[in-house]
Design a protein around this ligand. Structure first.
Ligand SMILES: Cc1cc2nc3c(=O)[nH]c(=O)nc-3n(C[C@H](O)[C@H](O)[C@H](O)COP(=O)(O)OP(=O)(O)OC[C@H]3O[C@@H](n4cnc5c(N)ncnc54)[C@H](O)[C@@H]3O)c2cc1C
Length: 461
């Protein structure tokens, strides 16, 4: 059992391999692509040879396992923390949301009251909804399971303007679904644990290097205990003898292993399982019912700097975020625009995408109006994340066979597994750590940030 085949070298697969190596197991990571990182990685744009991230990836202070993962890789210093969030409010300067002196859950009170894009009446309404979110506690959100978050917003009488300008940008960015579609507890978790529970929870971290560079150290760490990372190796099937899995089948033949961790998305996993394996393992039965939601990322280069802030939320616009990816020596600025829950964009061609994104950039950044972007590169991720719609949670399998029955040396990982988290890098790391722990019998999952005293008194925890 000490040799473990891991299918997939995304964050979940790497996380599982790190934990196995630390417990002196021998992980063999098989990744079909020529690089690690899966959906959270970079690619070389064939049009100009530039290294681009497939999409901006945002980490937060509440992502304790992801931060641990970066620490294990020795790359925490490649993350830059952004204590402020900028909200576009033309023709005025952007509003700034940041922690003040008050402890959680009141850390944003001062900056929130100063935000000009939300009326005082809407601020009172938002504060009321936040109070309700605290009072219900973590357990209380489970009572909303099966309903959409918009029901909660309507029950707390949020105005359409407050929904469009405040709630929706946060929900769509964090959950990759609109409030009208997302299972309410998933969005509630974002506000409870990402904003209200701890002042560090909402701090935002962005990589200062291409995402791909974050995984550089993985291979050497895994090799220390005799493990391997095999890039460009596609797993064709999970070998199953009717009772147990015996390894994985690749173009080069069988890779034997005492245990297998699948760290590929659910639709990929289904393709690797024989009918007899699916029949035997209950965890694999409902995977074809999981649906996905798309994300669109657009890289633009302007001849001069048009965006002054490190990032900008665009409330009530189709483009939710702009990220300032830097200004080069010639003064050209690279901007990355992100559209989550981008269903309506998937059939558009690049010129129409550019036109629409430019309308939003021109709205938020007046200096861009007179300029034509020099370069544009859009990246469509049609199956970017699972869709956390009502009913989804029941389809998520745990890492271990024992929880739902199944083959006892096949373990499941991936952001879609039962982590309690939306489709995020944190969810992916959690799933990878949990799968490795199920093999090593360790418990290496990091504990959530504890709710601050005042937040606990208010009902959180
Ligand atoms: C556009 C976009 C933006 C996002 N933004 C954010 C964000 O801001 N913050 C955040 O936290 N999360 C974000 N996410 C989500 C995050 O990227 C994912 O949750 C996370 O990367 C999933 O990791 P994973 O290891 O579970 O899966 P994956 O990254 O999908 O990894 C699976 C790996 O398996 C490999 N593979 C597949 N089939 C085979 C096979 N047969 N044999 C061998 N290898 C195989 C794949 O090539 C891939 O490398 C975003 C995702 C997308 C797509």
């Amino acid at each position: 059992m000490r040799k473990v085949a891991i299918i997939g070298g995304g964050i979940a697969g790497i996380a599982a391999a790190l934990r196995l190596s630390q417990a002196e197991f021998t992980p063999i990571v098989l990744e079909t692509r020529a690089k690690l990182g899966g959906r959270a990685t970079s690619f070389v744009d064939p049009r100009n040879g530039k290294i681009l991230d497939n999409c901006q990836h945002v980490a937060m202070g509440c992502c304790v396992n992801l931060l641990d993962f970066y620490q294990q890789l020795g790359v925490l210093d490649r993350m830059q923390w952004h204590p402020q969030t900028f909200w576009a409010n033309p023709p005025h300067k952007p509003d700034v949301m940041c922690s003040g002196w008050f402890p959680a859950p009141a850390q944003f009170t001062g900056s929130f009251l100063r935000m000009r894009m939300i009326s005082f009446k809407d601020k009172v309404g938002i504060a009321f909804a936040m109070f309700k979110l605290m009072r219900m506690g973590y357990a209380g959100r489970e009572r909303w399971r099966g309903r959409v978050f918009l029901d909660f917003l309507q029950q707390t009488r949020q105005s359409q303007r407050a929904i469009d300008r405040f709630w929706e940008p946060v929900v769509v960015s964090a959950c990759n679904l609109s409030s009208a579609r997302v299972d309410a507890p998933v969005a509630m978790k974002v506000f409870q644990e990402g904003f209200l529970s701890h002042r560090f929870a909402s701090a935002m971290a962005l990589s200062v290097v291409p995402l791909l560079d974050l995984y550089d150290p993985a291979e050497a760490i895994i090799a220390k205990t005799g493990g391997q990372v095999k890039l460009g190796v596609s797993v064709k099937a999970i070998a199953f003898d009717g009772t147990r899995v015996t390894g994985v089948v690749t173009d080069d033949g069988l890779v034997q292993a005492g245990a297998v961790i699948s760290a590929v998305p659910f639709d990929r996993l289904l393709k690797l399982c024989s009918p007899s394996l699916r029949e035997k393992d209950e965890r694999l039965r409902n995977l074809d019912q999981i649906t996905t939601s798309p994300i669109l990322g657009v890289h633009l280069v302007y001849a001069t700097q048009v965006l002054d802030q490190p990032h900008l939320v665009l409330p009530a616009r189709a483009t939710q975020w702009l990220f300032n990816k830097g200004v080069d020596n010639a003064g050209r600025q690279h901007i990355h625009a992100v559209i989550s829950a981008a269903d309506a964009w998937m059939d558009l061609d690049e010129s129409e995408i550019t036109r629409r994104v430019r309308e939003d950039i021109d709205w938020a950044c007046p200096r861009a109006r007179a300029l034509e972007p020099m370069e544009v590169r859009s990246v469509k991720e049609k199956r970017a994340t699972f869709a956390a719609v009502p009913g989804f949670e029941a389809l998520r399998p745990g890492p271990r066979p024992s929880a739902m029955g199944g083959v006892d040396n096949l373990f499941l990982a991936g952001d879609w597994c039962d982590t309690g988290w939306p489709a995020t890098m944190e969810g992916a790391v959690r799933s990878g750590y949990a799968a490795a722990d199920a093999i090593t019998n360790n418990n290496t999952l990091q504990r959530e940030l504890p709710a601050a005293l005042l937040a606990r008194v208010a009902g959180l925890g």
